[in-house]
Design a protein. Structure first.
Length: 149
């Protein structure tokens, strides 16, 4: 297919880098809220002491995952998005290889939920990843507001 074909170009969902930053930030927040919500639903069924301990463990995990994992991913994505000029594909807020990784992570999450691992332990993992995603999403939104000025 010829990318210079105007008939094809008009169907390309092109957006500015501001929109890419907004999509990335909102996507990370949305997935983080979903994971934290699952964690919360599992912790409601636990004894209060166990649930509190799991929440604290999840928060500690979140800080580690945020600092040593997701900030690097966000910075790598920002390094790719920020220099962009003009309109880019709406799906380019992350590289194509990451879509494969996300499919694998969704499958792993599904298998973990079906596994015999107690939900209390899964709640720690899910809240750790969910909260880390929310914390790391701030990086995208901060850059979005810096560009707006």
């Amino acid at each position: 297919m010829d990318s210079k074909n105007p008939e094809i170009k008009k169907w390309k969902p092109g957006v500015s880098k501001n929109i890419l930053l907004l999509i990335a930030g909102l996507m990370w927040i949305g997935v983080g809220i979903m994971l934290d919500g699952l964690s919360y639903s599992w912790l409601r069924a636990e004894k209060p002491d166990s649930a509190l301990l799991a929440l604290v463990g999840g928060f500690v995990c979140a800080l580690v995952i945020h600092h040593f994992g997701f900030l690097r991913v966000a910075d790598k994505n920002l390094g790719r998005i920020l220099p962009m000029e003009g309109k880019k594909c709406v799906f380019s807020f992350m590289p194509w290889k990451s879509y494969i990784l996300i499919i694998i992570m969704i499958l792993m999450g599904f298998l973990l939920r079906l596994s015999p691992i107690p939900k209390l332990y899964l709640a720690v993992l899910y809240s750790g990843i969910g909260t880390a995603l929310i914390l790391s999403s701030v990086r995208y939104l901060r850059h979005l507001f810096l560009i707006k000025k």
